[in-house]
Design a protein around this ligand. Structure first.
Ligand code: FPP
Length: 232
């Protein structure tokens, strides 16, 4: 969800206004993803690296997050959307953790629609934590390193139980992954759009889905193997 700061600067507004407007976009895209049949949506709301930002911006983002969780929980319940988080949420301010716990609990029984918020998330930290958890299993005698596989390691990732992303969209014209789901997105299709997140509309979202639908996903196989009739 990149480009909030630039959106605000272009209008002579403080950066936080861009984030505030970005929250509106979050609401619209959650709605649009339901309409489009996207059952799993993950939003990179706060990276492990975002703590480097000015303290006032970090506090404002935490307040926005807290407000979003408080105001949206009823909507999530009404839409039967289960909330998940990835990232080190125990390091978030207590007030945010409280709203999170409430929203997670209120939606825990839903099964069909899933919204995951990446909060204090960074892929490298996640992988290091997973490796440490796996090593503890080895030390306890429950895992054998000779039998280690990605699937076994992935059980210790924050995303355990969630499917890998099919499509990763990055807004604002940047063409980087920025420490987002590095392992899980190994075969994801990437769509980079110049639109700044506050301007990212449900139509832009649908365009990204259309672009995704036109891609051939081969997962290491050949095009002919996937569509044998096309080569005849
Ligand atoms: C990146 O734009 C955006 C963020 C670091 C924060 C995103 C957070 C929100 C949209 C609000 C809170 C989220 C939820 C789910 C309620 P940037 O500030 O880096 O933009 P710039 O690159 O133009 O400066």
């Amino acid at each position: 969800m990149d480009g909030n700061g630039r959106w605000a600067r272009q209008r002579g507004l403080p950066r936080i206004e861009g984030h505030r407007r970005g929250v509106e976009t979050v609401r619209h895209i959650v709605e649009a993803s339901g309409q489009c049949g996207v059952r799993y949506l993950t939003l990179y709301a706060f990276s492990a690296e975002n703590w480097k930002r000015p303290a006032a911006e970090v506090s404002a983002l935490m307040l926005l997050l807290q407000g979003f969780l408080r105001s949206e929980v009823d909507e999530l319940v009404a839409k039967k959307i289960r909330l998940h988080t990835i990232g080190r949420t125990a390091e978030l301010p207590a007030a945010v953790q409280k709203e999170l716990a409430r929203a997670l609990q209120a939606t825990a029984h839903f099964t069909d629609w899933h919204l995951t918020l990446a909060l204090n998330y960074g892929s490298r930290t996640e992988v290091a934590d997973a490796a440490a958890a796996y090593a503890r299993e080895v030390l306890a005698g429950r895992e054998d390193p000779a039998q280690c596989s990605y699937e076994k390691l992935a059980r210790h990732l924050n995303t355990a139980g969630l499917p890998d992303p099919d499509l990763v969209i990055r807004t604002s014209g940047e063409s980087r992954i920025s420490n987002f789901l590095l392992l899980q997105a190994a075969y994801a299709e990437l769509v980079f759009t110049p639109v700044l997140w506050p301007d990212f509309s449900p139509d832009d979202f649908r365009s990204a889905l259309a672009e995704y639908s036109g891609r051939e996903r081969r997962f290491g196989a050949t095009g002919e193997q996937l569509q044998p009739t096309a080569s005849r």
